[in-house]
Ligand binder design. Structure first.
Ligand code: ZN
Length: 310
């Protein structure tokens, strides 16, 4: 089973800590698969729990230790520590996919990043690490988040069902995207608002002073990124300029972080096919124009200036 060891060493070479996990093997009856642990068919986490005592805490990038592990357990599944090089959105089957579609309708299309089909009929979307821990996104059923302290199984691990984890979009095919603002909002342990799915970034809160990450700014950013993602060939560069200009105006107004904005637009622009040079040039121009035209959170209505009827 050198494919498993090779894959483990490949993840480690990218700086992602790896650890060995139990695997599915033929049950005594031979009619089905069972966990490789001593509980066998009675295991409650078959082919998903660690072979090493402290699990993901022992995950390592040390090729010698990885070599010893897969020498001892050549068929071990591969677990990776999340929250260090990447986080993962765990979509559980078609129910999870339905919840994700609901989010995408509210938040705009998903940015294409590395994507794994799990052996059990689910998907893992990989994202740049957020610093957040494991928690389900609020309001999304059958969807989970793996961040700091978490772990995921990765290709070419095998599932109890007989399926194999496989890459749909590989690590060399797409960069790790930032988490879309609307999803990030659902993961935030201290949400600034209690808005639901219909408006994931939350309504403008005029009582909150403008500051980078203000929900109003995040909502503007998410809307403009979605508009850029929908741009058709021939209009992409113009759309990037128009959308980024609008958003940089809010950077000038202090409600969004400039680096966040530039990174988000660069990611989407590259994903829809604009070249790196074109993207950088257009963003620089949009930034200059936007920063010179400050906009901020809309002011609340001032009761003292409300007109009194006749
Ligand atoms: Zn087991």
């Amino acid at each position: 089973m050198t494919a498993l060891l090779d894959a483990a060493l490949g993840y480690a070479a990218r700086g992602i800590p790896v650890y060995p996990v139990h695997w599915p093997r033929p049950a005594p009856s031979r009619a089905s698969l069972a966990c490789s642990c001593s509980r066998g068919p009675a295991c409650d986490r078959p082919a998903k729990h660690p072979l090493v005592r402290h699990g993901v805490k022992q995950a390592t990038t040390d090729p010698d230790r990885i070599g010893r592990w897969w020498h001892r357990w050549p068929q071990a599944n591969l677990g990776l520590a999340t929250g260090i090089c990447f986080d993962a959105l765990d979509i559980d089957g078609h129910a999870g996919l339905a919840a994700l579609r609901q989010l995408q309708q509210a938040a705009g299309p998903w940015l294409p990043g590395p994507l794994v089909a799990t052996g059990g009929g689910g998907w893992h979307h990989w994202f740049a690490p957020t610093g957040l821990g494991n928690r389900p996104p609020r309001g999304l059923d059958h969807v989970d988040w793996r961040g700091k302290g978490g772990c995921v199984l990765v290709p070419p691990s095998r599932h109890l069902s007989g399926g194999t984890y496989r890459w749909l979009i590989g690590l060399d095919q797409a960069p790790l995207p930032e988490v879309p603002a609307a999803l990030r909002q659902l993961l935030d342990p201290n949400p600034p608002t209690t808005s639901g799915l219909a408006d994931p970034a939350g309504p403008a809160d005029p009582t909150r002073p403008p500051a980078p990450g203000h929900p109003y700014g995040r909502r503007v950013l998410a809307a403009e990124l979605a508009a850029l993602d929908r741009a058709t060939p021939g209009h992409r560069n113009h759309t990037l300029n128009r959308c980024a200009f609008k958003v940089y105006r809010y950077v000038a107004g202090g409600v969004l972080d400039e680096e966040d904005v530039t990174l988000a637009f660069t990611t989407v622009a590259r994903a829809i096919g604009l070249s790196a040079a074109e993207t950088a040039r257009t963003l620089a121009s949009a930034r200059t124009a936007g920063l010179a035209n400050l906009r901020t959170v809309p002011a609340p209505p001032d009761p003292s200036r409300q007109e009194i009827g006749p």
